[in-house]
Structures are given as C-alpha cells and as structure tokens.
Design a protein around this ligand. Structure first.
Ligand SMILES: *Cc1c(COP(=O)(O)O)cnc(C)c1O
Length: 408
C-alpha cells in the first residue's frame, strides 16, 4: 500500500496517527481547477481543519466555507481574504455575527437571522453584504423541495425579499444552497447545477439588481467502498462550462462558487493504529488497537448502523455514515497467514469494535492496522475526550517522503 514504508517508520514513534498525503491533496485541487475553470472554489474547513492541511489548501488559492465563527477566524488568520470566506451555519449568535462581519460574507440561514444580522450591523455602524441560504423547490433527485433545517424555503424567501431590501444595514449580494453531500453521479449534479442557475436568475429578477454570487454548495462525492465508481469530474466540468456559457448573458457579473471538503482531502488520509494486544475468547481472536472509536469514530459508527439494520441497506447519513464497506483495513507489515479476527480498541466499552470477524494477515503487538478514507470527517469528528487517552498525532507526508506535524 501507498506510503507503507513511511507508516512503519512512524509507528516507531506514534501508537495512533493520521497521515495526510500532500500529493493527493494537490492532485484533487488540480483536477477541480481543471474541470471548473470558470468557478471559484471554497474549502469546507469542517472536513479537516488541521492547520497544515489548511495551509496547503489556502496557499493553492482556495477560499473557505466556514461553519462557525471559529472557522472564519482560522481562515482569516491564515490570510484568506474576506471575499473568499463564506460563513454558513444555522443558529448564529449575535456574538458570532458581530465577530464575523468584515471578515467574511455571512450567509443568513433564516428570516430571523437576516434581521439579526441587520441589528448587529447597525450596532457596528456597517452595512452587511450577505447571502441568503435557500431551501430550494428541488433536490438532487426531485423537482420538488423537502423540509430542511437549513436555509429559507424558496417561496418564503421570494415573499420576504421586499422587506429585506428595505433593511438599512443589510445588502443581499448572493444566494447559497447546499443540498446534499457524497453524490457520485455526474448527471445528477449536472441537473442540480442547471436548477441552481435557473434559481439564481429568478432570484436576481426578484432582487432587481445583479446577483454578485451564487454558491452552489457541494455534493461532489468520493469513492469509499471498492464498488464505488468515482465521480466523473471532467464530464461535470464540461456540463458546468456549458451552463455557465448559457447563463452568462443573464448573469453577466455573477461569481459561480463551489464548495467542497471531502473531495479535496477525503482520499488523502489514512488512520494508523498499533496493535497493543491479542487475545482469544471462546474461539474468537481479538486484536486490541490504540484509539479506535475515540480516535476515528466512523468505522465504529458503520458497525453500529449496519448491526441495527439487520442486513438491509442502511440509508447514508453524512458525514457520520456513508455506506457498507466504506473503510478498508490493511495489516502492516502484513504478509503473515490469513486469520479471522475482530478488531477492537482500548476503550472500556464493549462497543469499541471496528470490525467483526474479518480476514487479515496475522497481527501481533507492535504491528499496525491502516484504515482508509480518513482524510475528511475523521479526526475532527472523533470523541477524543472519551476516557482521556492521548490523542492521535496528525501528520502530513510531503513529496520527499518526509512527514511533518499537521497541527502546527
Ligand atoms: C459540510 C459542508 C460542505 C462540504 O461537504 P463535503 O461533502 O465535505 O464536500 C459544503 N457546504 C456546506 C454548507 C457544508 O455545511
């Protein structure tokens, strides 16, 4: 497997760690840029906010999709321009809004929030240029809308627009939609982009002035299981270019924005956990690993969800659960004869198991298990406060094969 020499070397120093590959991050950014030449790209910080990872991405020219004031400030401190940070989250507090104004574009998530932003801007003596997050009358797979905790229902937003236009400290500059993550079908995303262009035109007409941006959110999926076909990014790029050309006349000055977390970092990371012990119980072989559920929770969640679904196909619930076979386990150094083992962690709960009765080359204390697809929603989502263990290290491996601390 990729980087296995470096991983074994790092195992001498760390009992559990994430390793993110710089080359994979750069390649995924390059493929997005090549396909979506006419669009601006924002990186969704919540997918992986390790400072070293952010530095790579921001230095490649991506902006930030921030899910909290903390993420706005993190991106701003790293030199991302206010125009390239968009702050979208439900339930912003006045202190969040006041802290964010001037550092980013705040995306209002509800009618109440439009007014709250107005009051915060008035208090600071500024005019806030905002976006409206819309819950559109379409989804990825339907021409009808669905209830959502995010955004303002499209029809309601159009009704309220006249009131919003009269707010003295608010100027509506754009719209934002993020419907769903982890879509692997280019034709579904192409249809969604087409709907988004149409919505942008209608909104602009209702607004009565030119729309400065349309943020189409994400949706770009990555292959998790062995059976997943990668999203055809070049084909989607061609569709986006056609749509951009078709709508250029109606939206001459509008910035087209795409945001993605997982596509940039998801495939770049592995999680490595060392074997602490092995034991037998009533005919089962348990391999005890360092920091499994607490260090990288998603394999444990997969086991939980699939255990509760009695053999059926559980629905995806991003970013907690993607689908069956989303994480592959590799034994290092490997090479021993295959045996059937259950991979468990070192937490004092019986639920700290990441795989039951799987076939792996024999593992002994000091060996390691490498888990794939650990670049996004991995370290950031994991409950490291549970049981006070040492947190996994987070490292980046550069093109020279040398690893450095991602947290600095
Ligand atoms: C999390 C999030 C994203 C990124 O989703 P990915 O599936 O990681 O690409 C994009 N936009 C918004 C608003 C989000 O909350």
């Amino acid at each position: 497997m990729e980087n296995s020499g470096a991983i074994l070397e790092l195992c001498k120093k760390y009992d559990s760690f994430y390793l993110y590959d710089e080359g994979v991050i750069r390649d995924s950014i390059a493929s997005l840029r090549q396909a979506f030449g006419g669009a601006e790209l924002l990186y969704s910080v919540k997918a992986n906010p390790a400072p070293g990872v952010l530095r790579l991405i921001f230095s490649a020219g991506l902006g930030a999709d921030a899910a909290s004031l903390g993420e706005v400030l993190l991106a701003a401190r790293m030199g991302v321009e206010p125009g390239m940070i968009q702050y979208s989250a439900p339930g912003k507090r006045p202190s969040d809004i006041e802290g964010a104004l001037g550092k980013c574009t705040v995306i209002a998530d509800s009618p109440g929030e439009v007014e709250l932003i107005g009051r915060c801007a008035e208090k600071l003596g500024v005019t806030a240029e905002i976006g409206i997050r819309l819950n559109p009358d379409f989804t990825f797979t339907s021409d009808r809308g669905a209830p959502s905790k995010f955004g303002v229902d499209q029809a309601l937003a159009f009704r309220l627009l006249e009131d919003w236009k009269r707010l003295p400290n608010v100027r509506i500059a754009g719209i934002h939609v993020h419907s769903r993550s982890q879509e692997l079908r280019a034709e579904v995303l192409g249809r969604y982009y087409e709907n988004m262009f149409g919505l942008a035109c209608d909104f602009q007409d209702a607004l009565g002035q030119s729309l400065e941006f349309v943020n189409m959110g994400s949706g770009l999926g990555i292959p998790y299981s062995a059976g997943d076909r990668p999203l055809d990014i070049p084909a989607l790029g061609v569709r986006m270019a056609e749509l951009t050309a078709d709508f250029r006349e109606r939206l001459p000055g509008t910035r087209i924005i795409l945001e993605t977390g997982r596509f940039v970092v998801g495939k770049s990371g592995v999680y490595v956990s060392r074997v602490l012990d092995r034991k037998e119980s009533m005919g089962k072989t348990y391999i005890i690993l360092q920091n499994t559920m607490n260090g990288f929770i998603r394999p444990s969640i997969s086991r939980l969800v699939e255990g509760c679904s009695h053999g059926g196909e559980p629905a995806p619930a991003e970013p907690l659960y993607t689908g069956k076979g989303a994480f592959q386990f590799t034994a290092l150094p490997g090479g021993g004869k295959l045996e059937t083992v259950t991979l468990a962690g070192n937490l004092c709960t019986a639920q700290d198991i990441i795989a039951d009765d799987i076939s792996l080359p024999a593992l002994y204390p000091g060996d390691a298990v490498v888990i794939s697809n650990a670049g996004c929603y991995a370290a950031a989502l994991s409950p490291m406060q549970f049981a006070c263990h040492d947190a996994p290290a987070q490292l980046i491996i550069g093109p020279d094969g040398r690893a450095y601390d991602a947290m600095k």
